[in-house]
Design a protein around this ligand. Structure first.
Ligand code: TXA
Ligand code: MG
Length: 303
C-alpha cells in the first residue's frame, strides 16, 4: 500500500491489534510491532523465522519516550542529540519497568534504541504512541530489503501490510554503538562512521552479545558469493565498483555512499539472475566501506 495518511492509519490499527507491519526507515524496510507486547513481538520472530534469542532494535519517536525506556549517560545523550533522528542505534541499560516485552530484548538488561528519520516510520510511531520493535523485514539470514518489492518477495503472505515509500535512502542498517561507562563500542558498522562519531571507538566482533547482524553468516544470497573479484569467473555475475565494470555496478564513479544505497538491491538482483554464482569487486575499507565490507563478508560466509 503506498505510504500516506490512509496507509499509516491502517498500519497503526494493525499495530494496536498486535500485528506486524512492514514499513520503510531511512536505512532498510523494517518489520514493526508494538514492543510492549510479547505476543506482537513473537509475530515478528514467526514471520521472519528468526531464532528467538536475538534481541531487536526498539524505535522511538521522541527523546522523552527514549528516556522512559533506557538510562542515558552524558555520552549517550550527546550522541542522541547529534545523530537522532537518524541511522544510529544506541545499546543502553534498560530501565526497570520500561514498557518493553522481555522477548524484544531477549531477556538482556540492555536495550538497542533508535529514533528513525524516515517520515513514514516516524508517522507510525507518532500515530501509535508506542515504542516499536523493528528488525529488517526479510526472512532471517537473508538479504535486507531496501524496496517494498524485496519485502513482498521475502515475507509476502506472512504479514498483513507493506507500506511502500519506494527505495530507502541509505541502504544499510543503522550503526550499532554500545555506550558503557562513557566509552563507545561499535557492535555493527553502518551509515554513521567512526569518523562521524568523532570519539574513540573500538570494534567488538567476537562478543558474548547475541546479535544476528554479528553472526558469521547473515545478509546472505542463495548463491555462492566471492569477494574482491576484479573479473568474473565462470558462471559468475560480477557486481562492479569503480574501475571494475561488472554486470552491474555499485558505483561506476567509486562513490561509497552510492554503493551503500545500492548494495542490497544489487545482491537481490544478482540472486534473481540465471547465473549460478555472484562475485563482487573490491571495496575500499574506510568510511562507509567498513559497513559495506562487513555486510559483504557475512553474505559470503559459509553456511
Ligand atoms: O537500520 C536498522 O537498524 C534496521 C531498521 C529497520 O531500523 N533494523 C535492524 O534491526 O537492523 P535488526 O533486528 O535486523 O538488527 C538488530 C541488531 C541485531 O544485531 C541485534 O542483535 C542487535 O541489534 N541488538 C539488539 N539488542 C541488543 C543488545 N541489547 N545488545 C547488543 N546488540 C543488540
Ligand atoms: Mg537484519
Amino acid at each position: 500500500m503506498p505510504w500516506g495518511k490512509t496507509a499509516i492509519a491502517r498500519a497503526a490499527a494493525l499495530i494496536a491489534e498486535g500485528q506486524p507491519v512492514a514499513i520503510p526507515t531511512e536505512t532498510v524496510y523494517g518489520l514493526a510491532a508494538r514492543a510492549d507486547s510479547g505476543e506482537a513481538v513473537a509475530r515478528i520472530y514467526a514471520a521472519k523465522g528468526r531464532p528467538s534469542f536475538n534481541p531487536l532494535i526498539i524505535h522511538v519517536a521522541s527523546m522523552e519516550q527514549a528516556e522512559q525506556i533506557a538510562h542515558f549517560d552524558d555520552t549517550a545523550r550527546d550522541l542522541a542529540a547529534r545523530f537522532w533522528p537518524g541511522p544510529l542505534t544506541l545499546v543502553l541499560p534498560l530501565r526497570e519497568g520500561a514498557p518493553i516485552a522481555s522477548l524484544a530484548t531477549a531477556g538482556l538488561d540492555t536495550i538497542a534504541l533508535r529514533m528513525p528519520a524516515h517520515p513514514a516510520m516516524h508517522a507510525l510511531l507518532e500515530a501509535t504512541g508506542l515504542p516499536l520493535a523493528a528488525p529488517s523485514a526479510n526472512a532471517s539470514g537473508g538479504i535486507s530489503p531496501t524496496r517494498a518489492e524485496h519485502v513482498l518477495a521475502s515475507l509476502g503472505g506472512r504479514i498483513p501490510l507493506i507500506v511502500d515509500a519506494g527505495p530507502t535512502g541509505l541502504g544499510l542498517e543503522s550503526t550499532i554503538v554500545r555506550v558503557k561507562d562513557g566509552a563507545l563500542e561499535i557492535l555493527r558498522p553502518g551509515p554513521v562512521t567512526p569518523e562521524m562519531l568523532g570519539l574513540p571507538v573500538r570494534f567488538t566482533t567476537d562478543d558474548a552479545i547475541i546479535a544476528p547482524g554479528q553472526l558469521a553468516s547473515h545478509y546472505a544470497p542463495s548463491k555462492p558469493l566471492r569477494l574482491n573479484a576484479t573479473s568474473a569467473g565462470p558462471g559468475e555475475w560480477l557486481i562492479g565498483f569503480g574501475t571494475v565494470a561488472g554486470n552491474s555496478s555499485l558505483s561506476p564513479s567509486g562513490d561509497l555512499a552510492e554503493a551503500a544505497t545500492r548494495l542490497f538491491d544489487l545482491l537481490h538482483q544478482a540472486d534473481a539472475t540465471t547465473f549460478s554464482k555472484i562475485s563482487v569487486a573490491p571495496i575500499p575499507n574506510h568510511g562507509l566501506g567498513l559497513a559495506i565490507n562487513d555486510r559483504l563478508t557475512r553474505a559470503a560466509a559459509p553456511r
